[in-house]
Design a protein around this ligand. Structure first.
Ligand SMILES: *Cc1c(COP(=O)(O)O)cnc(C)c1O
Length: 396
């Protein structure tokens, strides 16, 4: 039994991180100071995109992205069912409708072929979405070239939900460069590739989009005299031009994020290394493992396996939890949440997503995970699988 439970993911904080936050606490600016633009510039530079707009969470970044792209009541947004609910909720915040495109059973990302077929039908029905949210599940990029071509062909805006994927690469370039998309969003929740406690960022290449997102981030209020309707009123004067929000990141958070960025590449390297350790240790088991090739470019956010039969998952999950291994399941298809069922979605809507969900299990993976901990996890998985297969033999 490990002395402390092994979580499925966790932050890695060092003394430089602590000092960076403490320095802000001693400064004049706890929020709206110099650290936020510095953090924005660092993320944008890392990704190879032109602009970064920091905000309070990945969820807020998705909302800002939808607002900047003009999503409104009567519009449609499509995404994958195998994601955190926020990828879909952002549409509902704007009064738009959500729909889901099934996954590719190998990559677990939205399937370009199914997307193409659904778009073709939607074009006939005059029901095309305004926005597609492509989620890089577990840190492995979607086929952005194929998706980007479809989006362009049908005139659809493309948001990359890269909340799992900071540090990952696609076609040899960092995820988040927005080569095929309008906006990419990141989350800095403690289990994500880097953390600011809570926090998020949207990156893009179009100055108008960055400006719109910054406007909605701070109440829709304008202060720049050049953009005021009545610029000569006085130095105190500002105007609200849109119904925005307070989605501002604090300087404490930005300082932590900036300090974490210095270690992003080593974090990613360690995640990939540990994923490959699982791959080797579990290759002869009855589990379906992620493809080996995924670990070249993946950000390595989640290590997800699939048990051979749905009935094996619950006992294995309970057994591992009992052993202090805090395995998890990512995710219940979004449309199966009771809230979405109320919107009319029914079980079985995306069969490949459901097949995956019934078997999915997320093993612990994070930069500080030790080899001893991984051996402990592997040992108990193998024992659990042996037990499950024995039970099956008895049933036969
Ligand atoms: C974490 C996450 C979000 C939301 O990010 P928060 O910072 O927690 O709001 C959105 N989409 C995906 C895929 C996520 O994993």
């Amino acid at each position: 039994m490990p002395i402390t439970p092994i979580p499925y993911g966790r932050q890695d904080i060092d003394s430089a991180d602590v000092e960076a936050v403490a320095a802000v606490l001693r400064s004049d600016w706890l929020t709206q100071g110099p650290m936020v633009p510095r953090f924005e510039a660092a993320i944008a530079a890392y990704c190879g995109s032109r602009y970064g707009v920091a905000c309070t969470s990945g969820t807020a970044a998705l909302h800002l992205a939808c607002l900047a792209l003009g999503l409104k009541a009567g519009d449609r947004l499509w995404t994958t069912p195998i994601t955190f609910a926020a990828s879909a909720n952002c549409a509902l915040y704007c009064g738009a409708q959500v729909n889901f495109v099934d996954i590719d059973p190998i990559t677990l990302n939205i399937c370009p072929a199914k997307l193409e077929a659904k778009l073709e039908q939607a074009a006939k029905d005059n029901a095309l979405p305004r926005i597609l949210v492509a989620v890089h599940f577990a840190g492995y990029s979607c086929d952005m070239e194929a998706i980007g071509k479809l989006a362009q062909h049908y005139g659809i805006k493309l948001i990359e939900d890269a909340c799992h994927a900071l540090g990952g690469r696609y076609q040899g370039a960092p995820i988040g460069n927005c080569r095929y998309s309008d906006i990419a969003v990141f989350s800095f929740h403690p289990v994500k590739p880097i953390t600011t406690g809570e926090g998020g960022m949207a990156v893009c290449n179009e100055p108008e989009l960055a400006e719109r997102m910054a406007l909605f981030r701070s109440h829709g209020i304008v202060r720049d005299p050049e953009h005021l309707h009545h610029p000569d009123t006085g130095a105190w004067y500002y105007e609200q031009h849109e119904l925005g929000f307070n989605y501002r990141m604090t300087d404490l958070q930005a300082a932590l994020g900036l300090s974490q960025m210095a270690r992003l590449d080593p974090f990613t390297a360690r995640r990939r290394e540990k994923a490959l350790y699982y791959q080797a240790a579990l290759k002869d088991s009855s589990l379906t493992l992620p493809p080996d090739a995924a670990w070249v470019d993946s950000a390595g956010h989640l290590y997800v396996v699939q048990v051979p039969e749905p009935g094996w998952r619950r006992p294995l999950f309970d057994d591992l939890r009992q052993k202090g291994i805090l395995v998890n399941v990512h995710y219940l298809p979004v449309y199966r949440h009771p809230y979405y069922a109320r919107l009319g979605f029914t079980r079985g809507y995306c069969p490949d997503a459901e097949y995956y969900y019934e078997r999915a299990l997320t093993l612990p993976l994070y930069p500080g995970l030790t080899t001893e901990q991984q051996d402990y996890v592997v040992h108990h998985i193998q024992a659990g699988l042996a037990q499950a297969s024995m039970c099956r033999t008895q049933h036969l």
